[in-house]
Design a protein around this ligand. Structure first.
Ligand code: SF4
Ligand code: SF4
Length: 514
């Protein structure tokens, strides 16, 4: 078994190395016809002139190609900005489509081979490592040696992994042209599913989905014998594959707007942006359904389902961010900060993001219905700030890159505005609670250690007090790792949910304090 696992690690590391160096291979040559084909009609004339010095040049790497592209393109735009000729400035980003079109790398010739050497090899390596992991072991969650693992306790391996993820996210969000070869590699797959060439978001969606599926298999192995954990893992795998990855691409194939039916505003912060509203209202009956379905989710499904089941119905069973946190992020759940300071930062930050999202959306909608007479295009600035700071930096770079450094729910805990909304309903009007049988608690602290939301579960367990916290995502891991069966996730009647009758366990007595 050890040999198979070692082989798995070697294959995975090889695939990761291929994946990391692939963007830098190949050469690039720009030709006028490529500019014509990949720019909008209104920009064609200018772009053909701007990029003239690059035609026919052979660039030995994308770094050299992009450096020249940026030099000529920025010179042009900067001159216009200096003379305040704002209407002539080209705001569109042509770096990625033109780098992609100019590529002469071997990936363009044989994308399937490179997809095999990177993504598929990584899957094989990961499975060879994961499948034998708990073979021959009895059911029961094993966390042996977790604080001696460099990967799981902020050691060198964890820091390297976090840094790689952060770097990948930064390049993916803001400099995707440097990932040209990786995007070219998934072009045939994208063509097969949606009929369109791949963008960086297709690459991202593919890797994201594979990560959830492969690490979901690890969850099945790790939590064998635990029906709750296995069911909800199956659920997040299904929702990610079917609803977040396949269905939106198939919609594009049928000329419909890309739409994730399980994404809910304000997590889906662009839902009420003008281009989304126009896309939906101009797409016939299905487009109208998308709009109405989205609104029903916000005003009916969230309060109703959260009333009955707590926020777990979404955060731990449906959401893609939660899905990645619960699968890829599972090895890091013990790294969440349990301090009171973290809790106070959490409350200000997450509710601050919710207020930002609500105000931005309200202003956007008023402006839209006043036909942009109120603020003109100024709301676009607001959208850019939110998109950059919250949508990309917080949710993407920090949310995922910081798994090995701050635990797996950094975004869900500190930033997600939908989690804040669900949390308010869960705290004030819900049947969900975690009941604690305090008399059985041996204060081992397993529950607090593995609570990914930084809740000190043991504090409640020692007092026999129900846990009613807005941040609890109902992952159930505290209950799964408790050796005494103290904790139980329940949706019983609201009555008695908020109680404060601590069981005081003394040396010689157990008293229920009134
Ligand atoms: S309290 Fe338990 S169920 Fe809630 S988030 Fe923490 S570990 Fe998950
Ligand atoms: S894991 Fe169970 S026994 Fe251990 S501290 Fe938590 S509630 Fe008590």
């Amino acid at each position: 078994m050890k040999t198979i696992q070692s082989l798995g690690i070697v294959l995975f590391c090889l695939a990761l190395a291929f994946f990391s160096i692939l963007p830098f291979i190949g050469s690039y040559t720009l030709r006028p016809e490529l500019v014509e084909k990949n720019t909008k009609d209104i920009h064609q004339k200018q772009m053909l002139e701007i990029l003239q010095p690059m035609y026919g040049e052979l660039y030995s790497s994308n770094v050299a190609f992009i450096a020249d592209f940026n030099k000529y393109f920025n010179n042009y735009n900067d001159a216009l900005k200096a003379s305040q000729s704002w209407d002539q400035v080209i705001w569109d980003n042509y770096a990625l489509p033109l780098t992609k079109a100019s590529s002469q790398s071997p990936v363009t010739e044989n994308p399937w081979l490179y997809l095999g050497l990177t993504v598929f090899l990584a899957i094989v390596g990961a499975l060879l490592y994961i499948l034998p992991m708990y073979a021959g072991k009895l059911p029961g969650i094993k966390h042996d040696g977790i604080y001696f693992s460099s990967m799981k306790s902020k050691g060198l391996l964890g820091i390297i992994t976090g840094s790689w993820l952060i770097l990948f996210y930064i390049v993916l969000y803001w400099f995707p042209e440097y990932l040209t070869n990786l995007i070219l590699m998934v072009d045939p797959l994208s063509m097969a599913i949606s009929g369109n060439p791949a963008s960086q978001w297709f690459l991202y969606g593919l890797i994201y989905t594979i990560a959830i599926l492969v690490m979901g298999i690890r969850m099945f192995k790790k939590y064998k014998g635990n029906a709750y954990q296995r069911l909800r893992t199956g659920s997040v795998m299904f929702f990610q594959l079917a609803f977040a990855f396949m269905l939106p691409e198939i919609l594009v194939l049928f000329n419909m707007p890309w739409h994730d039916f399980k994404n809910i505003w304000p997590l889906d912060y662009s839902f009420f942006y003008d281009y989304r509203l126009e896309g939906m209202t101009s797409s016939g009956a299905l487009g109208m359904f998308m709009l109405i379905w989205g609104i029903i989710l916000i005003i009916v499904a969230v309060p109703l389902l959260t009333y009955f089941y707590g926020k777990r119905w979404y955060c731990s069973w449906v959401c893609g961010c939660g899905g990645l946190a619960e699968t890829l992020g599972d090895p890091y759940r013990q790294l969440s900060d349990k301090s009171l300071k973290a809790w106070s930062i959490e409350r200000y930050l997450i509710h601050g993001v919710l207020v930002f999202a609500v105000v931005m959306t309200a202003v956007t909608l008023v402006n839209y219905f006043m036909e942009f007479e109120l603020l003109g295009q100024a709301t676009n600035q607001l959208h850019s700030i939110y998109g950059f700071a919250i949508g990309s930096a917080f949710a993407g770079v920090i949310g995922t890159g910081f798994y090995p450094l701050m635990g797996n729910r950094v975004w869900c805990r500190f930033g997600c505005p939908l989690a804040a909304y669900l949390g308010m309903v869960q705290r004030f009007k819900s049947r969900f609670r975690i009941t604690t049988n305090g008399g059985q608690c041996i204060s081992c602290g397993n529950c607090s250690t593995y609570c990914e939301m930084g809740i000190d579960v043991r504090w409640y367990a020692q007092r026999g007090q129900n846990i009613v916290r807005s941040s609890c995502v109902g992952c159930g891991v505290c209950a799964s790792v408790c050796p005494r069966g103290v904790l139980k996730l329940e949706n019983a009647d609201e009555e008695g949910r908020l109680q404060d009758l601590p069981i005081i366990i003394g040396n010689k007595s157990i008293t229920i304090k009134n």
